[in-house]
Ligand binder design. Structure first.
Ligand code: B1M
Length: 230
């Protein structure tokens, strides 16, 4: 593959190429470009995610909403995104990892919601920040969240929610933790496109993360604060 030239103004064209291949549904091209950006051009993995993959997915989401793209296009792009994360993950952790262990986080997408790419990125960012992460996957019930939180003695429970109709299941999960008597032992962070700070506060959570890297920073802050208190 030939070296990717710079756009006027210095923005590397490779990020746009990755985003375009996502929108065009060319999964193999996405993965090859990601590999090229990382290994030939030495682009930072976090920028490849933000300006290439996530940007392409965002455009695709809008085209899906307006009826110009279909569910199958989202599935192809999601597969390419996940394959790309596997390429980027080792480099992200090796280049940006914080050596000391910050705590244990259990992570999952709320019940009824199968979106998992954002959650996977949050998991990686938390690992980079020194947390041990146990990913329960998508569509996690309040009962399961609560059982795992108790059994694993996790410091933080992180919930991802992408659909407006199921985001209320984050509240049902918090209610379940209260019912099981373990709410006071764990910090709760919630995020995802339709979620905001106000929603998290209303349902009784502790913290909101706008994106993966902000989520990791916020996680460190709430764990450090609770250590200071004890
Ligand atoms: Co669906 N989907 N989808 N989808 N999908 C959305 C979310 C939607 C907005 C598309 C649209 O209509 N514009 C819409 C929801 C509308 C709404 O409720 N407001 C939607 C819909 C309707 C659906 C279905 C119902 C469609 C259908 O079947 N008719 C269905 C849902 C089925 C279900 O869950 N029960 C469905 C299915 C799918 C696919 C399976 C095809 C696929 C998911 C594949 C997978 O994950 N395995 C998919 C995709 C890819 C999308 C879009 C296009 C992209 C989501 C994504 O991966 N983004 C999405 C539209 C969009 O977001 N533009 C859409 C990339 C990712 C990096 O960003 O997930 O936002 P994001 O995560 C960010 C932040 O939000 C944040 O950090 C992440 C990284 O920066 N974050 C957290 C996320 N979790 C966090 C947790 C935290 C902190 C931060 O703390 C714990």
């Amino acid at each position: 593959m030939k070296a990717i030239e710079m756009k006027r103004g210095g923005t590397p064209l490779i990020y746009e190429e990755i985003a375009k291949a996502m929108v065009d549904g060319d999964g193999n091209k996405v993965v090859n470009l990601v590999d090229f950006a990382l290994n030939q051009e030495n682009r930072p993995p976090s920028e490849i995610i933000k300006r290439g993959l996530a940007s392409g997915m965002d455009i695709l989401g809008r085209l899906y909403e307006s009826g110009e793209k279909y569910l199958v296009d989202l599935i192809v792009a999601s597969d390419a995104f996940k394959r790309s994360i596997e390429i980027l993950k080792p480099r992200l952790i090796e280049s940006e990892s914080d050596a000391k262990l910050s705590g244990l986080v259990i992570l999952g997408t709320v019940e009824g919601d199968i979106h998992e790419i954002g959650k996977k990125l949050v998991g990686i960012a938390l690992e980079v920040a020194g947390f041990r992460v146990i990913d329960l996957g998508p569509d996690v019930s309040p009962d399961r969240f609560s059982d795992e939180a108790r059994n694993l003695k996790a410091d933080i429970l992180g919930m991802s929610s992408l659909i407006t109709t199921t985001m209320i299941n984050a509240k049902r999960t918090i209610d379940k933790l209260v019912e099981d008597g373990i709410r006071g032992n764990i910090k709760i962070m919630v995020g995802g496109a339709p979620v905001d700070e106000l929603f998290v506060r209303k349902i009784g959570g502790d913290a909101y993360g706008k994106d993966a890297f902000e989520a990791a920073a916020v996680a460190k802050k709430i764990v450090d604060l609770s250590k200071d208190k004890s």
